[in-house]
Design a protein around this ligand. Structure first.
Ligand code: ATP
Length: 216
């Protein structure tokens, strides 16, 4: 069930962003991607999530060539295999906490209130399911986002600067949680970060430059 990236290149129009990116993300592995601002880390993550297209190369997951899927098939692949955590949380403001966490299961026709409640417990938000996001702190919102990214037990969790908006203590607690939860579910975790503290927790740290992705 590894995610394999071979010779990936990304351009926006005629402007190259990165090229020659190779990566094998193994089940259960935690990889951090670091790199200068603007080098294309978020663009790479969007390619890995099949949210954006790439200019050259191949991404395969468990033998499925993501580039060969049409839009509907990509969406299906994302729903089934992927959890995504963003710096800006991206919880839906008009849904309550439990409804936000339940969303991936709903989209898979696998609604499971007990699983949602267990996930809220696991991230320390027990009893807060009926609260609206506007009434939560940044750390609490990021825990909602982590619960939502993991509730459907995805094989791959992609996290783009998930602690970027949090103070150091809250960031450390959110990272503890993200690591514990991905470990418990056997998910691979790919984390894009500017934080040395967050990167230092990873099994491997890779640096993205214009010419590829290398061990830091
Ligand atoms: N949709 C787009 N169209 C054109 N250029 C884009 C687009 N998205 C990003 N870029 C450019 O591609 C480059 C890489 O951007 P990206 O956000 O992936 O970098 P990053 O490494 O994640 O940066 P940061 O660490 O600051 O978040 C930047 O020069 C950015 O301006």
């Amino acid at each position: 069930m590894s995610l394999l990236v071979e010779g990936l290149a990304k351009r926006y129009g005629d402007t190259p962003v990165f090229g020659n990116v190779h990566l094998r993300l193994e089940p259960g592995e935690f990889v951090a991607v670091v790199g200068e601002s603007g080098v294309g880390k978020s663009s790479l993550l969007n390619c890995l999530a099949a949210l954006d297209t790439w200019s050259e190369g191949r991404i395969t997951h468990d033998g499925t060539d993501l580039g060969a899927l049409d839009e509907a098939q990509r969406a299906h692949w994302r729903r089934r295999h992927l959890g995504f955590v963003f710096q800006a949380f991206h919880v839906l403001p008009h849904l309550d906490v439990a409804q936000n966490v339940a969303l991936p299961l709903l989209l898979l026709n696998q609604s499971d209130d007990a699983r949602v409640a267990a996930m809220l417990d696991a991230v320390g938000l027990q009893g807060m399911g009926a609260r609206l996001p506007a009434s939560l702190s940044g750390g609490q919102l990021q825990r909602v986002a982590i619960a939502r990214a993991l509730v459907h037990r995805p094989a791959i969790v992609l996290a783009d600067e998930p602690t970027g908006n949090l103070d150091p203590d809250t960031a450390a607690r959110v990272m503890d949680l993200l690591q514990a939860q991905t470990r418990e579910h056997g998910s691979s975790l790919l984390l894009v970060t500017h934080s040395d503290a967050a990167a230092g927790r990873a099994d491997r740290v890779l640096r993205l430059t214009r010419s590829g992705l290398q061990r830091d």
